[in-house]
Design a protein around this ligand. Structure first.
Ligand code: ADP
Ligand code: MG
Ligand code: ZN
Length: 476
């Protein structure tokens, strides 16, 4: 039987205001080729100057990955010719990257975990974009020179599941640190997947295939499964040597296959050499002091939520899975009288089920303060959970109304005044003396009947728990 071996290269676009080596803006959706200057157009004589913010963000990532931040690192030139790169080379860090020897822990559903080693994270410049439009191809250089961090893992993952857990964790760390948008569809979190197989128990690495630029977690999972199947079939058919070679393949989601993009013969000779136009990259003591102080990361936040809010593992994992959700939760909890348990349910179940299409936690019509207030009204028994669903439905459509106004308007205020509920209970008990006798005679099932009658008399506004308590004492 085979063991699967996976190593991942992730290109993260950093969310700096300006480009890596010039002061051009990095923002998207500008007119084509408008965010350009002599440096990122590679005009003769223009020289690059390193953007400090990129170094700061690299230190933050290195810290989060428990890695070594090299106090001195260097830039190298990787030569290749392609229309989207006007200089015909890419500036990257081959020999001494800014970040090395990190690790990242992935957690399995059964509570166990595994540490994936990270070989390096290096700074490099992104290329522009070629836009193919019928018979014409156009080049847009707005993206050329945008800063990337390429994070390279060791080949430590042994299933598609592990690869996805690794990517999701890394993705979440980037978002927690706020060093990149990490939007897969927009290409600010791009993944290259290296896959090989080997007979179980062997240590040696076999030939790897690299699958490029797959833009969703689901597709990555599928691409790995297909590639593993292709390689193991070749092995079983005795065709491994002939069919599996080190090459770049692409994943075709329509045909559900991976196919060769370029083989070893077509592989470029990058003629790497030290970049002569840049100084070495020096990380100062002051930078280390400042940028190793990073925000709380998902694992730490999860542990804190478990102890501070008495959450179970599962809920804590759900709520801390994204920084947006974790922040939303903590804003809700700032409201006095909100219980973590109710807040968790409304944030992880009720709200998401009402967010559709492009609407997410960030632009939700019901923000954290409002949802927190709604939960407060459930917890202080002003409204029932059932009524709260109606209130939330209403609030989703009417963003400028507040919670209490809505409760009032929809007539959903719950009666918690025990005097009023007691009177209703008396009324029901008096009107059903026969059933009271049967109940006292041992027909305990009738309890539900009494609760139902009182609830009905109150038109659903009585607090069910109070009704239960009062009926229990009156009937015993
Ligand atoms: P390149 O730039 O040629 O892709 P890198 O060293 O940047 O090379 O990346 C190699 C990636 O492939 C790393 O993530 C590494 O862990 C992974 N890798 C190396 N050998 C294997 C293998 N035999 N099977 C699977 N992954 C591998
Ligand atoms: Mg590669
Ligand atoms: Zn520029």
């Amino acid at each position: 039987m085979f063991e699967v071996v996976i190593g991942l290269e992730v290109h993260v676009q950093l969310n700096t205001k300006s480009k890596l080596f010039c002061s051009c803006a990095t923002s998207f959706n500008h007119k084509q080729n408008s965010n350009t200057c002599p440096t990122c157009l590679a005009l003769p004589g223009a020289l690059p100057v390193l953007n400090k913010e990129v170094v700061h963000k690299s230190i933050m990532l290195g810290t989060a990955l428990d890695a070594t931040v090299n106090r001195v690192s260097y830039f190298d030139r990787k030569s290749y010719f392609y229309p989207d790169s006007p200089s015909a080379y890419q500036i990257t860090q081959l020999y001494t990257p800014i970040v090395e020897h990190g690790k990242l822990q992935i957690d399995f559903e059964d509570g166990s975990n595994k540490t994936i080693r990270i070989n390096r994270a290096h700074i490099e410049a992104d290329a522009g974009k070629n836009i193919h439009d019928g018979d014409i191809s156009k080049v847009d250089l707005n993206r050329a020179g945008t800063p990337l961090l390429e994070i390279v893992s060791e080949p430590d993952m042994s299933s598609a599941e592990e690869a996805i857990l690794y990517l999701k964790k890394l993705h979440s760390i980037i978002r927690y640190l706020d060093i990149g948008d990490a939007n897969m569809q927009e290409g600010s979190f791009r993944v290259d997947v290296n896959v090989s197989i080997r007979p179980k128990g062997e240590e040696k690495l076999y030939t790897r295939v690299e699958i490029k630029n797959i833009n969703s977690f689901r597709f990555i999972q599928r691409a790995i499964e297909l590639e593993v199947a292709r390689q193991s079939e070749a092995w079983e058919d005795g065709l491994y040597e002939q069919e599996i070679c080190q090459e770049t393949r692409l994943f075709d989601q329509v045909k559900q296959e991976t196919r060769s993009m370029r083989g070893k013969e077509e592989a470029a000779d990058y003629r790497y050499f030290p970049e002569p136009d840049l100084l070495k990259c020096v990380v100062t003591d002051a930078m280390m002091e400042k940028y190793t102080k990073i925000p709380e990361l998902p694992d730490a936040k999860k542990e804190r939520f478990i102890s501070e809010y008495s959450m179970n593992e599962y809920n804590a994992a759900v709520i801390t899975s994204s920084v947006e959700m974790a922040n939303f939760f903590e804003t809700m909890m700032r409201q006095e009288g909100v219980s973590a348990k109710t807040a968790t349910t409304w944030l992880s179940v009720e709200l998401p089920s009402r967010l559709k299409g492009e609407v997410n936690l960030i632009n939700s019509p019901v923000d954290a303060n409002k949802l927190g207030f709604l939960v407060k009204r459930i917890d202080d028994k002003s409204i029932s959970g059932k009524a709260a669903k109606e209130v939330l439905d209403y609030l989703m459509e009417n963003a400028d109304t507040d919670v209490d106004e809505t409760i009032e308007k929809l007539g959903l205020k719950q009666v918690t005044d025990s005097g009023a509920i007691e009177a209703m209970c008396d009324e029901i008990i008096n009107a059903n003396s026969e059933k009271v006798e049967q109940f006292k005679g041992g027909k305990e099932k009738l309890f539900g009947f009494f609760v139902g009658q009182v609830m009905k008399a109150s038109k659903g506004s009585a607090n069910p728990q109070t009704v239960n308590e009062i009926l229990k004492s009156k009937l015993s």
